[in-house]
Design a binder for this molecule. Structure first.
Ligand code: SF4
Length: 449
């Protein structure tokens, strides 16, 4: 590889989950410390980071075609960018990427990106750099102070997973469960609020497995952390994702009834409604134990909005077992959901299971599931009509004077008025569509429509 000029600009393309979005932001902050700034919209960047997701279908192939596109665009422009591959595909297939894609200068795993600046120095000298170590907490200690962001900020509190669901690569790409220390999280949350965040979304692959010692040396779980963060002046809202049903403890559930800043929304994946499929997935819970957890949340917070993840067409899934999934959807009446067709991930136990389901069967099941989920989401939005609530303004809408924000139940709400991004605006929810609601804001005696 030829030496190149140090990059002045970068672009991070993050795929997949919110944890990748968080990692992408943190990589940007590291680069900004070096004076490397985001490339202006529409301009080519000197450094492109593909922050990959292994959950994407044909994830590795997509990385190679993204790299191919960058190389082609570089040839057209007469200037090749430095290319870095980060994220879970880098972790799982780093060596192969280095062999198959000579245009890639850097391969960095999700636990090692704090070393990106040194790797970049090496790449500028014409040497390729790979780092897929998993030093856990060391990464967070090495990252710079948080940069100014929008009104809602991510804060990773936990990484990795020990659950080993048979379809999932996360335990292999992100490693074992680790919890960041309490004091570090409280300090980072303060910095985010000082930088303008009104809402913090606590992130983790198994966020509710977070555990640590509070400032008095007492063992505490996510509920305790949330109670402490809720005391930060200027912080209005706390959310967290993604949880596992088996890691829900009494204190976290109780916090939903007691902590006003904790929003009435819970993302709790179940994946399937059949106990036989749940066992084959190694989810380590049954449909009934999942429903019991939901009931406990509803007992302390009756208006809580629920969302989940579903996989259709897991190996061996029969029509009757798929219908069990539809039944659980009807029982919970989710306010939002994410649903996918099963697709085998190399190296996972489910990839070599018998009974792989035909694509057309999966397509048909996914369609039926999504119709049912859409029905419940619309019904939930309809049931919100007439409620008064605060909406956190996130951006300007498409129409003159229109603003967009999120309700406490994470619904998109649009409304009129004289506001600013980051305002908490009291609205009355007046009309509901399948994906968003219209809010009315009181202006003296009039409601702005
Ligand atoms: S709980 Fe299961 S699906 Fe979630 S990250 Fe862990 S192994 Fe993957």
């Amino acid at each position: 590889m030829k030496p190149s000029a140090p990059p002045q600009t970068y672009r991070v393309k993050s795929f997949g989950c919110q944890m990748n979005v968080y990692d992408g932001e943190r990589m940007g902050e590291l680069l900004a410390e070096r004076g490397i700034m985001p490339a202006p919209e529409g301009e080519d960047a000197d450094l492109v980071i593909l922050n990959t997701c292994h959950i994407r279908e044909k994830a590795a192939e997509k990385v190679y075609s993204d790299i191919g596109r960058l190389v082609f665009a570089g040839k057209q422009a007469g200037k090749q960018p430095l290319i870095a591959v980060a994220g879970c595909v880098a972790q799982a297939e780093g060596e192969e990427i280095m062999q198959r894609a000579p245009a890639v200068s850097i391969v960095v795993g999700p636990q090692a990106y704090h070393r990106l600046p040194e790797m970049l120095d090496k790449a500028v000298r014409g040497k390729r750099a790979t780092d897929t170590d998993m030093p856990a907490i060391a990464k967070f200690d090495a990252l710079p102070a948080r940069a100014k962001r929008g009104p809602s900020a991510f804060l990773t509190v936990q990484e990795g997973c020990d659950k080993f669901c048979t379809y999932c690569v996360v335990p292999y790409t992100r490693g074992a469960e680790i919890s960041r220390p309490f004091s570090h999280l409280v300090a980072e949350a303060h910095k985010l609020v000082e930088a303008g965040a009104k809402e913090i979304m606590l992130l983790g692959q198994n966020v509710n497995a977070w555990a640590g010692e509070d400032d008095k040396g007492r063992r505490t779980g996510l509920g305790g952390l949330i109670r402490t963060l809720a005391q930060i002046d200027g912080l209005a809202r706390i959310r967290y994702t993604t949880s596992h049903p088996n890691d829900m403890d009494d204190d976290l559930i109780a916090a939903h009834g007691e902590v006003e800043k904790l929003m009435p929304y819970l993302h709790l994946p179940v994946q399937a409604g059949s106990d036989r499929i749940l066992k084959a997935m190694n989810r380590q819970h049954t449909a009934e134990s999942y429903l019991r957890v939901i009931q406990r949340f509803r007992a302390v917070r009756p208006d809580i909005a629920l969302s989940g993840d579903f996989i259709v067409g897991f190996p061996g899934e029969t029509e009757g077992e798929f219908e069990d999934t539809l039944s659980i959807v009807d029982e919970v009446r989710y306010a939002a959901c994410f649903s996918f067709k099963y697709s085998p991930r190399p190296g996972t136990p489910a990839a070599s299971m018998d009974g792989q389901i035909a694509p057309q069967v999966m397509d048909e099941r996914l369609k039926r599931l999504q119709a049912r989920l859409a029905h419940h989401q619309y019904a939930f939005n309809q049931s919100s009509i007439g409620k008064r609530c605060e909406v956190l303004v996130e951006r300007i809408g498409r129409h003159p004077g229109q603003w967009l924000g999120k309700s406490p139940w994470l619904q998109s709400v649009h409304f009129q008025g004289d506001h600013a991004i980051g305002d908490l605006v009291e609205v009355t929810l007046a009309e509901a569509g399948p994906n968003s609601l219209k809010g009315l804001v009181r202006n003296g005696a009039t409601l702005l429509a």
